[in-house]
Each structure stands twice: as structure tokens, then as C-alpha cells.
Design a protein around this ligand. Structure first.
Ligand SMILES: NC(=O)c1ccc[n+]([C@@H]2O[C@H](COP(=O)([O-])OP(=O)(O)OC[C@H]3O[C@@H](n4cnc5c(N)ncnc54)[C@H](OP(=O)(O)O)[C@@H]3O)[C@@H](O)[C@H]2O)c1
Length: 301
């Protein structure tokens, strides 16, 4: 008997990666019903209740979110509707039908002032509307009390979707110099690494395990370090195929401070997340961020 899964946000980075990962299964234990924003608008509570009741899933996976971090500063109401109210309604509907919920959250729930990687029990203190709305979503799910797993991830990128890696490849092809923030640290995390980890977790998920987990690729870098790695690894792949490198060279990617690149939303300086709890409870660890980067870049060639 297949387990019915309702998957939201299938056109997003993580939603798309999850759809693909589920589709790779031979003799899948899951029947996945993936919905995009047109099929399920998470800003519409009535629509959420109707769709969940129609589908009657055993597991709801919710990677959809309002993810425009800077725009959220001026669109707080919409950000809260999608990031806080929608997860609450999904949790309530799941609870009514005895289903479980898998939800995603962010490193931006922390202030980023700790000198070591954050553990799940550390104090949250979001600096932005986006971070606050995501934390409100986490709190709402806890309050409903449905069996759930909330995965806080960071710096999501991949071959599919809009993200930092794609931006650097575009800018690096156009310009011979780039200036990138070097005083924010975290783990770039590929959407496919997240999806694979979720499938492994689901295979081992006993409903007694409920709560919040960090889920990021191993290691850490700055945005500046990530940009250099993107250019280095992309050029290496190009060279192996006798193709032209990017216009920008790694030496011409200049380190700047957060102060020199002001944004409407404040970001944590330390976004590093300790994933020991995930390893301990599910025996799941994610590969090093740089290995995951090469894997994503290879998909583009
Ligand atoms: N991106 C990051 O760097 C990052 C970092 C930390 C945590 N996270 C968290 O990880 C999760 C996945 O993020 P992601 O990178 O996959 O995000 P993403 O690529 O921006 O995708 C978000 C998806 O949500 C959908 N969505 C937005 N508003 C919606 C609405 N009203 N109704 C239904 N769907 C709606 C979008 O639909 P459209 O395709 O129609 O726009 C999009 O498909 C999110 O919970 C996010 O908060 C992301």
C-alpha cells in the first residue's frame, strides 16, 4: 500500500528537487501529489483546508514559502500568511486526519551572533520579517502538536531555480570583477542534497520522533568563499570540456563587508548550523558543500 504524500511548492527549488527524487523511486512506497501555487495557494486558508481534505494525505511536505527576504520587509502581511498561517492550517488539517507534517525553516531564525554553529536548542532571535514569519510558522506547528519534522536549512541553491550560484554564473560571464560579502558565514546547501536527505529521513521516521532539525551541507564558507568556489569549479568543468572559462577570474572576486552591501533585511553574520541531532536520530549526514556544488554545476553542462 503506497503512502499518499501531498507536496506543496513543486516549482520551488526544494519542491522541484523533492518531486524529482520521489520520481526516481522504482516501486515507490509513495504516491506523491505535487501541487504548484495555482493548484494550492497558501495565502488562502479555505483553499488549504479544502485541498488537504480532498487529497487525504498521510504525509504533507511543505517546502513552499514566501522566500523574498528583502521584499518581506514591506510585505509582512503576505509573508506571515504564507510562512506562519499556512503551516498552522496545514498542521491543523494533518492533525484532524492523523497525518504527519514535514516543513522547512531557515537559519534566519537566529541572530547570528554565536561564535560556534547553532544547535536546535539555541535561542532564536530573527533579525528580519522573513525570519520572524518563518519562526512564527515553526511555533504554530509546535502549538498544534501534530507529529512533525521541521528542517532548518540555509543558503539553498541548485541547477534548478533562482539562486546565488546561478547569479554568480550570470554575473561572472558578463563582468570581469565582482564584489561579494565576506563577513556572513554559513553552509551553501543544494536542493538535491536536501531532497535525498528527506527521502532517507522518511524511510526511518518513527512518529515518536517529532521536532526541529538542522539540515545543511557539511562545512562552512562565506558568500565570498562560495562565489570563488563557484567560479573555480565551473571553470574546471569548462576546461575539462575544452570550453571557455567565465569572464571573471577568482582573483577578481573582491571581499566586501555587509556594511558595504546594504539590504532592506538584516542577515545573520553566523548562519552555521550544527547537524549532529539529524545524524544522531536519523543517521543522515549531508555531503560537504563543495562536493555538492560540483554535482550541481555538472548538471548545467
Ligand atoms: N532559498 C533559500 O536560500 C533558503 C534558505 C533557508 C531556508 N529556506 C526554506 O527552504 C524552503 C524551500 O525554499 P526554496 O529555496 O525551495 O524556495 P523557492 O525556490 O523560493 O520556492 C518557494 C516556492 O513557494 C511557492 N510559493 C510562494 N508563495 C506561494 C503561495 N502563496 N502559495 C503556494 N506556493 C507559494 C513558490 O511558487 P512560485 O514558483 O509560483 O513562485 C515557489 O515554488 C522554504 O521553507 C524556505 O523558507 C530557503
Amino acid at each position: 500500500m503506497q503512502k499518499r504524500i501531498l507536496l506543496t511548492g513543486v516549482n520551488g527549488q526544494v519542491g522541484h528537487a523533492l518531486s524529482r527524487a520521489f520520481a526516481m523511486y522504482e516501486q515507490s512506497p509513495y504516491e506523491v501529489i505535487g501541487l504548484d501555487r495555482n493548484q494550492l495557494d497558501l495565502s488562502d486558508k479555505t483553499a488549504i483546508r479544502r485541498v488537504v481534505q480532498d487529497i487525504q494525505p498521510e504525509v504533507i511536505i511543505n517546502p513552499a514559502a514566501y522566500t523574498m527576504v528583502d521584499k518581506a520587509e514591506s510585505e509582512a502581511e503576505l509573508a506571515y500568511a504564507i510562512n506562519a498561517t499556512a503551516p498552522r492550517v496545514l498542521a491543523e488539517e494533518a492533525a484532524k486526519m492523523g497525518a504527519r507534517l514535514i516543513h522547512f525553516s531557515t537559519d534566519y531564525v537566529y541572530a547570528g551572533v554565536k561564535s560556534a554553529p547553532y544547535i536546535e536548542e539555541d535561542q532564536t532571535q530573527p533579525l528580519s520579517v522573513y525570519g520572524k514569519s518563518k519562526l512564527a510558522g515553526e511555533d504554530a506547528i509546535h502549538a498544534v502538536g501534530v507529529p512533525h519534522l521541521i528542517f532548518r536549512t540555509s543558503w539553498v541553491y541548485g541547477a534548478y531555480g533562482k539562486n546565488f550560484m546561478k547569479t554568480i554564473l550570470r554575473l561572472g560571464a558578463e563582468r570581469d570583477e565582482l564584489r561579494i560579502v565576506a563577513d556572513q558565514f554559513g553552509a551553501p546547501t543544494s536542493s538535491s542534497a536536501i531532497a535525498e536527505a528527506i527521502l532517507s529521513v522518511m524511510a526511518r521516521w518513527d512518529s515518536a520522533l517529532t521536532g526541529t532539525y538542522h539540515l545543511v551541507n557539511a562545512g562552512q564558507t562565506s558568500w565570498h568563499g562560495f562565489a570563488i568556489a563557484i567560479v573555480q569549479e565551473y571553470n574546471r568543468i569548462q576546461q575539462a570540456h575544452h570550453l571557455l572559462p567565465l569572464k571573471v577570474s577568482p582573483e577578481n572576486i573582491h571581499a566586501i563587508s555587509t556594511q558595504e552591501y546594504p539590504t532592506p533585511a538584516a542577515r545573520p553574520a553566523n548562519s552555521c548550523l550544527d547537524c549532529s541531532k539529524l545524524a544522531r536520530d536519523f543517521r543522515v549526514t549531508l555531503p560537504d558543500w563543495r562536493a555538492a556544488l560540483v554535482f550541481e554545476l555538472l548538471k548545467l553542462t
